[in-house]
Write a protein that binds this ligand. Structure first.
Ligand code: IMP
Length: 181
């Protein structure tokens, strides 16, 4: 069964061409802003995997990777705001220019927790690149240095984003209209 016939997938929110073009633009801006420096990209597992890999390949300054896995308690399509570190970083952040690479900002609670946590580890700078931001529902204003797209506050899947581990390999972002919560 192809993606097009999947009844749980609603409309395409961002297609492959839009994704690719925006990722290239973000990478170009990052390459300018960090020119003469190297940047440590911290991918937030698992949702950011596609994004970090495409982004890193288009950045022209030296890049290092590290990964963190966090989990929010609660059901799979809602965030509760309680964040737990499942996998911590391998590397020390002191003196590094760190960019958190996040798939999607919904309530913003995951990101605000991560920023608080990582800023205490002595990075030279700390920024965020978020592929998607749901409009108007962040609890606290976040300083998002780079944003790919603002999208309406509906549940989406694809390009790394899942519902119960499915649809991460969908090559574009689509609305999820299935019944699984
Ligand atoms: P926040 O803490 O509410 O900002 O939630 C952020 C995390 O919830 C993201 O890193 C995703 O893992 C997950 N999430 C939020 N919205 C969606 C969505 O529409 N599709 C898939 N995952 C989502």
């Amino acid at each position: 069964m192809g993606w097009k016939n999947d009844p749980s997938l609603g409309k395409v929110v961002i297609d492959e061409k839009q994704l690719n073009e925006r990722v290239q633009q973000l990478a170009a801006q990052i390459s300018i802003d960090y020119s003469g420096k190297s940047v440590l990209l911290i991918g937030v597992l698992k949702g950011a995997i596609m994004f970090i890999s495409d982004l890193a390949r288009a950045i022209t300054v030296p890049v290092e990777f590290d990964f963190m896995a966090v989990s929010s308690y609660g059901s799979s399509t809602k965030t509760s705001g309680v964040v737990r570190i499942i996998k911590d970083l391998d590397a020390d952040l002191s003196g590094k220019h760190v960019l958190i690479v996040e798939d999607i900002v919904d309530s913003g609670l995951t990101l605000s927790y991560l920023m608080r946590n990582l800023s205490q580890r002595g990075p030279a700078s700390l920024g965020v690149v978020a592929l998607l931001v749901k409009v108007g529902i962040q609890y606290a204003p976040l300083d998002l240095k780079y944003v790919g797209f603002e999208i309406p506050p509906e549940f989406v899947v694809g390009y790394g984003l899942d519902v119960s581990e499915r649809y991460r390999n969908l090559p574009y972002i689509a609305e999820y209209i299935g019944s699984e919560e």
